[in-house]
Design a protein around this ligand. Structure first.
Ligand code: GDP
Length: 340
């Protein structure tokens, strides 16, 4: 199988290495996060977006407190507030147009109603992008793609733990063979979350390691195969070709794979990250977003801009550096966290 993908003779057999590093017994996910109740998830989301809320909600509170009837001046002020939390020019314009349209038909009675309308608009935008429809067939293959430093490897580890907490069996595939550090780092995450990992040496063929991981997933009856890929830049067509080869490899072994391609984006990069992401999504077949570092930014509005401008659902958010710091995204929790 190595020959098929141009692998070298001296390539370390991923399965052989995996045996060395495997963490036996998926039951041992000692550190895996327990299934948090809904209220817990909401308060964690609220905590994560506290910096964005400070900028957004406080200003909207001021606006709302002063507003009896909503006029053009109020809407102008609302526009600047939305722009400061990184919703972006286009998305802000769309929201404002919808609220103006509503005001044209029926006067908006005060700040409270304006807040409710804004929440409904934000939710509608966040819920609009289509999600891939997954069948019950396993293994489900998820690729994590994105630029280095966005939190890809960390998110792969957290996602493994998240699925373990849903009682899904998981196999991690270290296909970011560019950097030795990424393989080591993922190994640590695999151990922490009590899942097995397939890897090769640094510089090895990512498609070959994926081939072995996909075969192992089938043979072992794994539910979720999570693949960490190299931090490819859209401009490097070689890296995009490599991803394409990985897609073909996965599809050859597992029908419909990869079922999810999650682009990892760093929320702190705001609108710049969006520009980068746009180029990425065009060539990588991205189906959704993991938005990391939401805990460290006042630019959480970027989640809304992503949904609208990329037409992709935010699937998960990273809210810290620990294993349990990955939340499944809920538009209702997010909007309620931001605007109360
Ligand atoms: P990669 O190069 O994309 O694989 O990025 P890494 O997974 O190595 O992460 C880069 C840095 O971001 C590390 O220091 C992580 O601990 C940190 N990081 C990742 N996700 C989050 C997050 O959700 N919140 C915070 N605060 N830090 C994060």
């Amino acid at each position: 199988m190595f020959k098929l993908f141009g692998g070298k003779k001296d390539a370390v057999t991923p399965d052989a290495e995996a045996t060395e590093t495997a963490t036996p017994g998926q039951e041992q996910a000692a550190e895996a996060p327990s299934e948090a109740p809904r209220a817990g998830l909401f308060s964690r989301m609220k905590h994560a977006v506290s910096r964005t809320r400070e900028t957004l909600s406080a200003k909207i509170d001021d606006l709302v407190a002063l507003t009896r009837t909503v006029d053009e001046k109020t809407l102008g002020d609302l526009e600047s507030v939305l722009l400061t939390s990184d919703l972006g020019v286009q998305t802000t314009a769309i929201i404002l147009a919808a609220i103006r349209e509503r005001a044209r038909h029926q006067a908006i009675e005060g700040g409270g109603e304006l807040r409710q309308l804004l929440k409904a608009e934000l939710r509608a935008i966040l819920d609009a992008p289509p999600r891939p429809v997954l069948t019950a067939e396993t293994p489900v293959v998820t690729f994590l793609v994105g630029v280095n430093g966005t939190g890809k490897t960390t998110s792969a580890g957290k996602l493994a733990a998240w699925y373990r907490a849903q009682n899904r069996s998981v196999l991690l595939c270290a296909a970011d063979t560019f950097r030795a550090a990424a393989i080591e780092q993922l190994d640590i995450w695999a151990t922490r979350s009590g899942v097995e990992m397939i890897k090769t040496r640094q510089g090895g063929d990512p498609a070959a390691v994926l081939y072995d991981a996909a075969s192992a997933s089938k043979a072992r009856g794994i539910d979720e195969l999570i693949v960490d890929t190299a931090g490819r830049l859209h401009t490097k067509s070689g890296l995009m070709d490599e991803l394409e080869k990985m897609r073909r490899t996965a599809a050859k072994l597992i029908p419909g794979a990869p079922h999810e391609v999650l682009l990892v984006m760093d929320a702190t990069t705001g609108q710049n990250g969006l520009t980068q992401a746009r180029q990425f999504t065009q060539s990588a077949g991205v189906t959704g977003i993991i938005l990391t570092k939401l805990d460290g930014t006042a630019k959480g509005g970027i989640a809304v801009a992503i949904a609208r401008e990329l037409n992709l659902p935010v699937r998960f958010v990273g809210v810290g550096e620990k294993m349990g710091d990955l939340l499944e995204f809920s538009s209702t929790d997010f909007v309620n966290s931001l605007l109360g």
